[in-house]
Structures are given as C-alpha cells and as structure tokens.
Design a protein around this ligand. Structure first.
Ligand SMILES: Cc1cc2nc3c(=O)[nH]c(=O)nc-3n(C[C@H](O)[C@H](O)[C@H](O)COP(=O)(O)OP(=O)(O)OC[C@H]3O[C@@H](n4cnc5c(N)ncnc54)[C@H](O)[C@@H]3O)c2cc1C
Length: 454
C-alpha cells in the first residue's frame, strides 16, 4: 500500500461464488490478491447443485455451506407429471457468499468491502481501479466477477427478456424441507421450503408481460395461477389466498446474456460476468465456479509461458468455452420448456420455443458433424492439463460434444486408436495399469462405440 494507492498481483471485482473461488485459488498459489465486493447480496434462497457440492468437497470447502442448508430433491410438476430430478441444497446466498469470501481470506486474499470500477487499461499491463471508498488499486490483471452488473454498457446478445420476482413468506414451523418447480401459463415458480418457518417463492416471468403491475402484484398473480392448477405444496390452495410476502419482493433480471466483444486478457470475465444463464437449470453457481477455474487456468498459463502464443491460446479457450457453455445451457432450458406443452400458446412459452435456435442440444453450430450415438469424432481442442492450457486431440461423442481428453488418466484418443486397431483391455493395462484400463473399457462399452471384447 502506498498512500491511498494499493498494488496487487491480481484484483478480483465481485465476491460471489466465481470471485471468491478465483481469489482463494490465486491466493493459495501465493499471489497478492485483492477481492473487492460491497457485501450487499440481498437475502435470497438458491439451490446449490450436488455437482457443485461435490467439487467444493474435493477442495475441503463443503464445511463452508451455511448452517441450515437442507438437501432436498428438485421436484418438478412439469407437463402434468411429477418427477424428482437431482437434488439441491437450499442455501441462503448472502451467507454462502460471505462464507466463501472468508475462505479466500483464510487462504491469504485481502478482502475490501467496497465496489470498484476499472478506470484505465494501460498498455503496459497495468489496470487502474477506483474503489467506492476513494482508494485506487493498480494490478497487472483483473478478474471481472461482478455478475450480471458487468454487462451494463457492453455489447451483448440477450435471450427473451425475463424477470424473476422472489419473496419470503411465512411457513409452518414443522414444514418438511422441499423444493418444487411449477409451470403455469405466465411462467414458472420455484417454491423452496428450507424449514424454520419461512419459505421462498420465486416466479420467473416474461418481462414484457404484466401490464405494468407491481412486483408484489405479479408475484401474487403467479401464486394464484399455480393455486388454480392445484400445484402449491402441502396445504390446500386456500391456505395461500391471504399469504403476503414478508417484505418487498426481490426483482432480478434473469434473461440469458452473452457478451459479443472479444476478451481483453487484462480484464478476464468469470461467472455471470462471462455469460448469464437461464436459472431453470439450477446450475448457475456451478458454472460460475467452473468459469473461475477456467479464468485461473488462463492466468496460470499466461504467467508460466508469457508471450503471444499463450495469449492467443488463453483468449481462444475462454471465448470458445463461454460461447459453448452459454449455447448448451440455453438449449437445455429450451428443451425443458418445450416438454411443457399445455401452455405453449401463452407468450412466456411461445417466446422461448426457439431460443437460442431450433438446433439439437449437441449441434455444434459450425461445419463439424456431431457424431451420432455409437460413433466418435476426433477433434483438436484446448484442454487444461496439469493446471495449464494445452492443445490436444479429444474424442467427441453425442454425449460429450465438448470432447473427452482423458479416461481415468489414459489419453482418450490414443486408447481409441489402439482399440480400433484390434488391441484389447490387456494392451491398455500393460501401458496404463489394470484399473485405468478397466475404467476406459467401461466408458467405450457404455457408448457402444464399436464391438469390444467382453
Ligand atoms: C432469479 C435467479 C435464480 C437463480 N437460481 C439459481 C439456483 O437455484 N441455483 C444456481 O446454482 N444458480 C442460480 N442462479 C444463478 C446464480 O445466481 C448465478 O449464476 C451465480 O450467482 C453467479 O455467480 P457470480 O459469482 O458470477 O456472480 P454473482 O453471484 O452475481 O456475484 C457478483 C458479485 O459482484 C458484486 N459486485 C457487483 N458490482 C460490483 C462492483 N462494481 N465492484 C465489486 N463488486 C461488485 C456483487 O455485489 C456480487 O457479490 C439464479 C439466477 C437468477 C437470476
């Protein structure tokens, strides 16, 4: 620190899941990290997926889940049928974010409670940031993890204008924790009961509808809509008639959003700042954290092998990854919405039928042919190998359109070529060990890629 000017190796703007995890990783590697966040996350509930918890567990971070985050199946009453997909942990986001920022601090990151804005991107690898408390920071690189705020004033493409209106309601003290997704003509509802006498109701609606009604009125209408089709949990619908939210509802933009410009490696976006996804998947936090890992791998590569080749590689990796993740999540959301046919003619459903396009989930959208089930293609792509970016041949299948580089530590393409040329499990075991060979064979068999010896 020099007067009101601070110097850091890396500044991270935004301390949501993406920023906090990126800060922790960089600090663990010994970098001087400044994590800037105003600590103003509104109190709200979100579902943290099993996939993300698995990753957090691997990092010794599962103990950072706030207390009272019950695990519940994600029930959907979609298309008139009830199904229970994968489960989720109902977490209070302000508490989770604080807890992850504390983990970054424990790893050595300095936390600054303020907001920050980039004033200047210098030609000599210097980014100047001004904080809301008047101080200035200089750093060679910044990770932009400001969430959807990062898109203000930047060129982006957006999906159909979508709003989420959420509010807390009183609940029975003895209510069993549960979460359900309910479609209704104007959109869909997520009702999450963490226990403790409160429940969270969130309506996802078309931003262009509603005739100027207030958020509270739109939330009420959504509950009435769901009540009419008998989809509200536990109690008879009449119990919901007089329910009013405890406090003003929280209104959030949740349209899918993707920046169109190219990435400046001095200011690397991660999480929702890189692309905002449809909340229907319930996997936004997972993708935010996975985006932080991608940003970190790019930074490590630039530090380990400085120069224009690494810069081109890092830029390509980040841009392709963001575009592919966005497109895939948007198509997943579209396909899920398409399954609900009862309301297809209503504006919310009709406007989302063809977004982002009409192509199948795995269609790469360029000249490459996606393999059909039982076949495979080999493509050169950028992967993370021992923490750094590298170009490598990967196997593309209908299930793995982004490619598979390794199967239990065995280079997937090499194993594929050996098996195609007539080798068997023994040959793989001879090179990479029996256990890895068994796992690789199971992978090829599960995809029926070609007749393999039993
Ligand atoms: C309605 C809705 C429901 C959702 N439900 C789920 C769900 O159930 N499960 C799930 O996994 N995902 C869900 N998501 C997605 C999830 O919220 C996001 O994907 C995730 O929070 C992105 O994390 P992030 O760290 O990139 O950004 P954020 O979590 O948005 O964090 C950004 C941080 O940056 C800070 N910030 C903003 N401006 C500045 C600035 N100028 N300087 C410094 N800091 C700044 C903010 O205060 C905030 O702390 C939902 C999203 C929406 C909109």
């Amino acid at each position: 620190m020099n007067g009101d000017r601070m110097i850091a190796d890396l500044v991270i703007l935004g301390g949501g899941p993406a920023g906090a995890i990126a800060a922790r990783m960089a600090a663990t590697r010994g970098a001087r990290v400044l994590l800037v966040d105003p600590d103003r996350t509104p109190e709200r509930l979100e579902g943290l997926s099993e996939r993300l918890l698995g990753w957090l567990r691997g990092q010794g971070l599962d103990s950072r889940l706030p207390e009272g985050s019950p695990f519940v199946p994600r029930k959907a009453l979609w298309a008139g049928r009830e199904s229970a997909h994968n489960g989720e942990y109902l977490v209070e986001r302000a508490a989770l974010d604080r807890s992850l920022r504390a983990a970054a601090k424990d790893a050595g990151a300095k936390i600054v409670t303020a907001s920050g804005q980039v004033d200047r991107l210098g030609p000599d690898l210097e980014v100047e940031i001004t904080l809301s408390d008047g101080r200035h920071v200089l750093a060679p690189r910044v990770i932009d993890a400001r969430g959807r705020k990062a898109h203000v004033g930047r060129p982006v493409t957006r999906g159909p204008a979508t709003l989420a209106i959420g509010g807390w309601f009183e609940d029975r003290l003895d209510a069993e924790p549960e979460a359900r997704i309910l479609p209704f003509p104007e959109g869909w509802l997520w009702i999450a009961r963490p226990g403790g006498g409160r429940l969270w109701v969130q309506a996802t609606l078309d931003a262009r509808e509603g005739d100027g009604a207030s958020p509270a009125a739109r939330l009420r209408e959504a509950l009435d809509g769901a009540s009419r089709i008998g989809a509200l949990p536990g109690t008879p619908p009449s119990d919901w008639v007089d329910k009013v939210p405890l406090g003003a509802p929280l209104v959030r933009d949740c349209a899918p959003v993707l920046p169109t410009g190219s990435i400046d490696l001095r200011l690397i976006p991660a999480g929702d700042a890189a692309a905002g996804m449809d909340p229907l998947s319930g996997n936004g936090m997972f993708w935010a954290v996975s985006g932080a890992l991608a940003a970190f791998a790019a930074l490590e590569t630039l530090a380990a092998r400085p120069g224009p080749d690494s810069e081109t590689l890092a830029r390509r990796y980040l841009e392709e990854r963001i575009r592919e993740t966005y497109r895939r999540q948007a198509r997943l959301g579209r396909d899920f919405l398409l399954q609900e046919t009862r309301y297809a003619a209503h504006p919310f459903w009709a406007r989302r039928r063809s977004f982002p396009d009409d192509r199948p989930l795995h269609d790469p959208g360029h000249d490459q042919n996606t393999p059909v089930a039982g076949s495979v293609a080999v493509e050169r792509t950028i992967v993370v190998e021992t923490g750094l970016l590298a170009e490598r041949d990967v196997l593309i299948t209908d299930r793995e359109p982004s490619g598979v580089a390794w199967l239990a530590g065995i280079p997937a393409v090499e194993a594929y070529h050996m098996l195609r040329d007539g080798a068997g499990e023994e040959a793989l075991a001879g090179r990479w060990g029996a256990e890895a060979a068994r796992a690789a064979m199971a992978w090829f068999r599960a995809r029926s890629l070609f007749p393999l010896p039993r």
